[in-house]
Design a protein around this ligand. Sequence first.
Ligand code: CP
Length: 313
Amino acid sequence: MKFERSDLLGLEDLTREEIESILTTAGSFVEISERPIKKVPVMRGLTVVNLFFEPSTRTRTSFELAEKRLSADTVSIAASTSSAVKGETLKDTAKNIEAMGIDMLVVRHSASGAPHFLAKALDCPVINAGDGAHEHPTQALLDLFTARQKVGRLDGLRVGIVGDILHSRVARSNIWGFTRLGAKVVVCGPPTLIPPGIESIGVTVSYDLNEVIPTLDILMVLRIQTERLTQCFFPSLREYSEFFGVDRKKMSRAKKDVIVMHPGPLNRGVEITPEIADGPNSVILDQVKYGLAVRMAVLYLLSGGELTSEDSH
Ligand code: CP
C-alpha cells in the first residue's frame, strides 16, 4: 500500500492511521543505520534538494544523511549563500531549483506557511522541515517514534510540553501528534508564552511546573525561541529558569521512569540543567538517532515507496 499524500506539510491534517503508518515504516529503517554499509538503493536516481532559510544542525544533517542512506542524489542550499540575498523571491528560487529536474524539496523557512505555498507552486513533493512558529512535522514524528520505542505505547500517556509554547512549531506539531495517538497533553510555561485559547485544540494548561511534573510519563522541554521574541515575555532568564527550568530539585518530584525529551538545540542551564539533559531519564540523543529513520521513511514514502505493515514485524 502507498502513502496517499504528495507532500508532508504538517501533522494537523494527518489521521491517526497515517501517522501510525509512517512510524511503522520508520521502524523498518532503524537497522539500516546499524549496518557496516549504511545504504539501500530505494531512491537511486532521485534527486532531493534541502533548502534552508533558517539555521539548522539536526534537521538538515538528518535529512542529508537520510537521503544519502537511501542512495538519493542530494544538494543542500543555505539561503544565506544563495541568490535570495540578492532579492530573489522564494517562489523564483524554488521554481529555478525545480527546473533542474529535482524529485523532492525539503524546506525550512521563518515564514509560517512557506512550505504550503511551495507545495502549490511546484510539481514535486515538498517536505516541511520547520515553518516559522507553525509546524515541524518530522520533529514531532521522531518524538512520537522515540516515545513509543522507550515507553512501549502512547495511548493514555500524560505528556507535558514545557517552555515557550507560543513560538514553538515543535510544540504545535507534537500537540497534534500526541493527542491524535491517544496521549493527554498538558502545556506548561509562563502565561505570556502560552497562546490564549490553546485548550481548544485538546490540551490542558498549567503555569506551575512543580505541580505538573509528578503526573507526567513524558516531559518535553523546549527552549525559549529568542529569534522569534518580539517583546519581553518574562523578567529575566534567571527567573524563567527558577520557575520553568528542569533541574534536579524539580525532577525529584517526577515519576522514576519519566522520559525527558528536548528537540534541541539545548540552552543548558536555562530550560534544562546538564545533569538532567545527560541523565538517566534523558532520551535526547535517541530522538536524534531515530530522527534519521523517521526521515528515511518520509522520503521513501513520498517517493512512492510501499508502507510497511504491522504484520511484517
Ligand atoms: N530540532 C531541530 O529542528 O534542530 P535544528 O534547528 O538543529 O534543525
